[in-house]
Design a protein around this ligand. Structure first.
Ligand SMILES: C[S@@+](CC[C@H](N)C(=O)[O-])C[C@H]1O[C@@H](n2cnc3c(N)ncnc32)[C@H](O)[C@@H]1O
Length: 188
């Protein structure tokens, strides 16, 4: 299965938050860039997830196919500002699922609760727990092809590697006549 996670600059936040990091960040201040991104996700991937902020949910959801589902990243610690008296402490995540979950698997919840991370000072870096929730929601397996379309700090790609290692069956190798040890996971 081909799967992707898209974490673009949120609508209206391109130039403001990422103008100094990417020459074309301002494109994401227009709904057109988000429409094109959703078309690309639908054309190129079996299954995908897209992050956005709550103020853009009304606009972006109408650009998505009917079979998407909205999950929530709830942020017990979010950045509070003096002039914002009703905090935005959650973010929508739009999912397009492909692989059904079986009854033998744990029931996936459509929310995750995890504080924001200020990883390497990169705005919008996603915490591991958020990423694992995403992979489980999409019901990925370590053999799947997974693309992180907006890597930023690289946090999502690193979480994918951690998650794949965690999911891989433990490989033991015999050392000496009767002693076993974990075989180191192969890279890649
Ligand atoms: C929300 S951040 C991604 C954060 C990432 N998921 C993480 O965990 O660190 C959005 C990223 O998109 C990049 N970006 C901005 N404009 C872009 C464009 N037009 N095309 C591709 N990437 C862009 C930004 O520089 C930034 O790295």
């Amino acid at each position: 299965m081909r799967a992707a996670y898209a974490d673009p600059p949120y609508l209206g936040c391109g130039a403001k938050h990422y103008g100094d990091r990417h020459d074309e960040a301002a494109a994401y201040d227009s709904p057109d860039a988000h429409r094109l991104l959703i078309e690309r996700l639908c054309d190129e991937y079996d299954s995908w997830a897209l992050s956005l902020h709550e103020p853009s949910l009304r606009t972006i959801l109408t650009m998505c196919p009917d079979d998407v589902r909205v999950g929530a990243w709830i942020k017990p610690f979010a950045s509070f500002k003096a002039n914002v008296t009703r905090a935005w402490a959650w973010e929508p995540v739009i999912f397009r699922f492909a692989r059904p979950r079986t009854r033998e698997q744990d029931t996936w919840r459509d929310f995750v609760s995890e504080p924001i991370t200020m990883r390497r000072g990169f705005p919008g870096a996603k915490p591991d727990k958020f990423c694992f929730w995403l992979f489980e929601g999409l019901n990925l397996t370590p053999e799947d092809e997974f693309h992180d379309l907006f890597p930023g700090s690289g946090a999502v790609g690193e979480a994918w590697q951690k998650w794949k290692n965690r999911m891989a069956p433990v490989q033991l190798e015999l050392v000496g006549s009767n002693r076993w040890r974990n075989r180191p996971a192969e890279k890649g």
